[in-house]
Ligand binder design. Structure first.
Ligand SMILES: Cc1cc2nc3c(=O)[nH]c(=O)nc-3n(C[C@H](O)[C@H](O)[C@H](O)COP(=O)(O)O)c2cc1C
Length: 331
């Protein structure tokens, strides 16, 4: 079974009606965080975007981005770039490394990426967007998917055209983030626009933008009729959101979040996984933002985050995590 067929095979009664997917997030969805989301009910977790130019040069950082800690049932890598031949080569490399889905980034709003004609800039160049999807699709056996925004800005909303172009050139699935590039992450995602694209395409469409809890997940499904839901920021520090949404969509009730003892184990294990994956120096530094998300809303969180930001080594940080959770009133 190929990865897209597998994604939509609903295995158990408890499974949600549509797959729940962790969004690609640069600097966030590394192998340890993907593992966490998958353990907590995400059906699929995209790698953070890897620059195709860096990938074909085999830079250590790009190889790290596309690595896994454990076999992910559907390992999906997102590539970014603007040169069809380089994108195709990067896709081939990732297929060789075990990727079962290659996703093409057509949504990144960051200047550095767009100035190179990549990410959301591809929304402004429909012929190049089509050429990239076609060339990447020809280069690999595994399914190719595309993640788009609604357009460059509100005067240039060609998301539907781009989605059709993706489909015509071989994409097997399209994810739509319901914002334009100009919106960045402001305002509310336009789910009605996602619905329009969903209706127009024959391939599966995944909806993305502002799903943060079970209720918003159900609402997105009702408004858009999408074939899957992708969640980004809502999963930061709350990987169990997938289990909660899955349960709610399958039988109408929402399980409580894990208790503080379970959360201590979760955070401690996540931290150790980051240290193992990234090494003590980089791991200790890059874990800070996850630790900030993991402790949001808890008593003394601000002080903890400040202390962790100055922690010199993993042993000290691990001790801080342990003490912080044990000192919570409800521990
Ligand atoms: C820190 C961060 C990094 C992101 N990096 C990527 C990326 O590498 N590739 C991509 O397609 N989208 C990226 N996105 C966009 C998300 O995948 C998603 O489309 C967006 O956050 C909206 O979904 P949400 O409301 O569920 O967060 C990023 C978003 C954030 C917040």
């Amino acid at each position: 079974m190929d990865a897209i067929a597998e994604l939509f095979s609903r295995k158990t009664q408890e499974a949600p009606p549509v797959p729940l997917i962790l969004a690609p997030m640069a600097g966030v969805t590394d192998a340890p965080f993907r593992s966490l989301a998958l353990r907590y009910g995400a059906r699929l977790a995209f790698s953070e975007m890897v620059a195709s130019q860096a990938m074909v040069r085999h830079t250590p950082q790009s190889l790290k981005i596309v690595s896994t800690l454990e076999p992910e049932s559907i390992f999906a890598v997102q590539i970014a770039g603007s040169d069809p031949a380089v994108m195709a080569e990067a896709a081939r490399m990732n297929e060789g490394l075990g990727a079962r889905v290659i996703d093409i980034n057509m949504g990144c709003p960051v200047k550095k990426i767009c100035n190179n004609g990549a990410g959301a800039a591809l929304l402004r160049n429909e012929s190049l967007a089509g050429a990239i999807v076609a060339q990447v699709s020809r280069a690999v056996q595994v399914p190719v998917t595309v993640k788009i925004r609604l357009g460059w800005d509100h005067d240039h909303k060609n998301g539907l055209t781009i989605a059709r172009i993706a489909e015509q050139n071989g994409a097997r699935l399209v994810t739509v983030h319901g914002r334009t590039r100009a919106d960045m992450y402001h305002g509310k995602a336009d789910w009605a626009a996602i619905a329009t694209i969903k209706k127009a395409l024959s391939i599966p469409v995944i909806g993305n933008g502002d799903v943060v809890d079970p209720e918003s997940a159900r609402e997105m499904l009702e408004v858009t009729g999408v074939d899957g839901i992708m969640i980004g920021r809502g999963a930061l520090g709350r990987p169990w959101i997938f289990t909660q949404i899955a349960h709610f969509l399958a039988n109408g009730t929402t399980p409580s979040p894990p208790d503080l003892k379970t959360r201590l184990d979760l955070v401690a294990n996540h931290f150790q996984a980051m240290i193992q994956h990234l090494g003590p120096v980089v791991g200790n530094r890059l874990a800070r933002k996850h630790l900030a998300w993991h402790t949001r809303g808890l008593v003394g969180g601000g002080r903890f985050r400040n202390a962790v930001n100055h922690s010199p080594d993993p042993q000290t940080t691990a001790g801080m995590i342990e003490t912080f959770f044990r000192e919570q009133p409800d521990f």
